[in-house]
Ligand binder design. Sequence first.
Ligand code: HEM
Ligand code: HEM
Length: 185
Amino acid sequence: MTNFKASQNSWGLIAKIFHWLLAILLIWQIFTGINLHNMEFSPAKIGFIGIHKIIGTFIFTLVVFRLIWKFFNSKPNTSSLPKFHRYASNTIHSLLYALVIWIPLQGTMMTQAGGFDVKLFGIITIPKFIETNFEMYPAYVQFHYQSMIALIVVFGIHLSAGLYHRFINKDKYRVWNRMSFWGKD
Ligand code: HEM
Ligand code: HEM
């Protein structure tokens, strides 16, 4: 059984649960976001936006808890990775964190600018920190969409790197092993 905390060759069970749960939710959010982008305004769209906001605020909460856990967790030993790989992956991980914090915050500002409430998990109303501004709303929506495109690009690099290490490099540096539920500590 994997340790809760990180060890030499593993990020630890808690970090893995955060990682894979977020991966699933983000993939869902990206696909449904693309769908929203292509939908005409309709009662069905309003329903989808409701679900989108619940999942979006849940993603934000998970990222916050994940970062708090990261602060208390130790780190696996990545020193066997060539220097370039180490810098590149640290940069990509930081960008991923920045984007998954930024997009829900921007989505919240956008929603409030549109004159709507944002409720955490659809239950707790978040105080309004952006004035209603209908004129600016379309620009907010466009920026929300562009931020997601940035996430897709960075996520695409991260995913390709993960698969490269797993299948082409035969996990020589234990990159996959560190995040896999079946990996060895
Ligand atoms: C990582 C999380 C998120 C992703 C990837 C994401 C992505 C998207 C995308 C791609 C769209 C379609 C935009 C368009 O029509 O061009 C959208 C729409 C929307 N999002 Fe998000 N979103 C996220 C989180 C949130 C959050 C936390 C909120 C607010 C609580 C939010 C509120 C909305 C609203 C209200 C719309 C509908 C905009 C409209 O068509 O009027 N989103 N989202
Ligand atoms: C299905 C898609 C995904 C795969 C196959 C994957 C794979 C991996 C692997 C193998 C590692 C370990 C890297 C190492 O130890 O050197 C890792 C770490 C990491 N992944 Fe992913 N990942 C995926 C989705 C995501 C998504 C959507 C995010 C967005 C937040 C993300 C964020 C991270 C971060 C920040 C780390 C560094 C460890 C940490 O801070 O917890 N991953 N990923």
